[in-house]
Design a protein around this ligand. Structure first.
Ligand code: ADP
Ligand code: MG
Length: 323
């Protein structure tokens, strides 16, 4: 208030304000200052990896991302309803960005938020089991209005980790909101937990109270490479998008990048057929690759490949984040 008072006195003199109007101006200034400080404090306490604002999200890069639904979530109604959000999709598509941007909106709306990697939570809780501080540590994750669990279900969980996650999810259920990002489809989460009863209890609570958004598209990280082209709609280098299952759009439509690569691929295949025909040898059967047949529906991703969803999982030993 002290900073603003001189300017406000000048203004009051210039505009001939009465004492009540002058006081109202000062109180408004103070409320605005406290509001701004409160938002900054909540953002700091949320411990985001990146402070992401939905206004900065490049919606043109992956047009399959449901912009309307994301903005609807940004209104924060799901927080008032103590509902959850599950963001699933391949790596680099913007799941963590959107999760943190929803967290930022929540901070602006006055909610307490905490952003954490799931592996870090499990390591922390394992430490709590060892030193007797388990309940204190659980409360850290139960108390915020919005808890963002990033990189959930990256790999198989142990029995103790399943119990920890069950504890968290069940204690937050209908009392606070969870935002979860995962590289797997919801149906693929169940086999990651060794105890089917706990898995059912945990995932039933999580998924049935959740807005589930599947974000499909290319990894934005390739856009961030120093040598990346400036334009958002560039043809994907190396034709990765072409072989990737997520590039098959709804209703069998083909993305521009995929169409371009298909033309290139067919040209190469024709040349190979011509050359092998001339030599009297059978041609290579590359045309039977499933990803080349758009009318047969999306090709199934090879288990164990780096595609979406991820392949067979390994136990989560609290290693660092990947996605
Ligand atoms: N559409 C986008 N517009 C702007 N930045 C993006 C977009 N998608 C992703 N990013 C950025 O790309 C990087 C990878 O995105 P991230 O959200 O971590 O992907 P994911 O969690 O799906 O693996 C991050 O630095 C993120 O800020
Ligand atoms: Mg991520």
């Amino acid at each position: 208030m002290r900073d603003a008072i001189e300017a406000r006195v000048e203004e009051a003199r210039a505009r001939g304000l009465d004492p009540l109007e002058f006081l109202t101006l000062l109180i408004d200034d103070e409320l605005a200052r406290r509001d701004t400080e409160g938002v900054a404090r909540r953002i700091h306490k949320a411990r985001f990896d990146e402070v992401c604002d939905l206004r900065d999200f490049d919606w043109t890069y992956n047009p399959e991302i449901p912009k309307g639904r994301v903005w609807d979530l940004a209104s924060g109604r799901f927080i008032d309803a103590h509902a959850s959000v599950v963001l699933c999709g391949p790596t680099g598509v913007g799941k963590s960005f959107i999760a943190q941007a929803l967290g930022l909106e929540a901070c602006r709306a006055g909610q307490s938020v905490l952003f954490v990697k799931t592996s870090a939570v499990l390591t922390d809780l394992a430490g709590g089991r060892a030193d007797g501080g388990y309940q204190t540590r659980v409360r850290r994750y139960v108390s915020p209005g919005v808890l963002i669990l990033d990189d959930f279900a990256m790999r198989e969980y142990t029995v103790a980790q399943t119990e920890d996650l069950y504890e968290l999810v069940s204690r937050r259920h209908r009392r606070g909101s969870l935002i979860v990002t995962t590289n797997r489809e919801p149906a693929d989460l169940y086999p990651l937990f060794p105890n089917p009863v706990l898995a059912e209890g945990l995932l039933d609570r999580l998924l049935n109270s959740a807005h589930t958004l599947t974000l499909l598209g290319r990894s934005y990280r390739r856009r961030q490479r120093p040598s990346a082209p400036e334009t958002a709609g560039e043809t994907a280098p190396g034709c990765d998008a072409f072989v990737s299952p997520q590039r098959v759009l709804p209703h069998g439509r083909m993305s521009p990048a995929r169409g371009c690569c298909l033309t290139r691929y067919l040209t190469v295949t024709c040349l190979m057929i011509a050359v092998s025909g001339r030599r009297g040898r059978p041609c290579v059967r590359t045309q039977t690759r499933p990803s080349l047949r758009p009318d047969t529906g999306p090709p199934q991703p090879k288990r164990g490949s780096r595609g979406w969803p991820l392949g067979p999982a390994q136990p989560d030993r609290g290693r660092g984040p990947v996605g």
